[in-house]
Design a protein around this ligand. Sequence first.
Ligand code: MN3
Length: 197
Amino acid sequence: MSFTLPELPFAADALAPHMSKDTLDLHHGKHHRGYVAKLVDMTKDTPMAKQSVEEIVRATYGKDDQKGIFNNAAQHWNHSFFWQSLTPKKQEVPKALADALSKAFGDVETFKKKFAEAGAGQFGSGWVWLVQGKDGLSIVTTGNADTPIAHNQTPLLVCDVWEHAYYVDYQNRRPDYLKVFVDELANWEHAAELLAK
Ligand code: MN3
């Protein structure tokens, strides 16, 4: 297993004006690339170099002496998932996912509002997720590099709320960025595929 920066699943200018090419060049080409490079560097010549990112995340979580490896592995995983959570073409929520969201949150619009509010309310850097656990669907936020895959939860959708994800396009208006994410950019079809598994 070697760690490589995945290609974006869309052109860097495909999400404009909601998320600009400048943001994606910086976010994917600099930030995500940096996490991958550090992970490669920190694990080279160790048994971890042959492990999957998920294995490394789970093995290093909560270990003070492996915090650097955890942070870079988790950020690599989180960003790879984030690109999959975005779509260049606005999507309707597929029926099976809409039904599951309605069961958990009342209706799809209420879910979108709660998801955006949770992301806006995450203090400092982090992520807002739709996850599937043994009790059904829920919204969770994680700080910095923390990730649901370290907590036995299955992510269906994520939005990055680190400032580098939105500052170029929205400055300090994180709630505006989150509203655009749920209204225009969220890849509901990808989330529905994961729900079906
Ligand atoms: Mn990021």
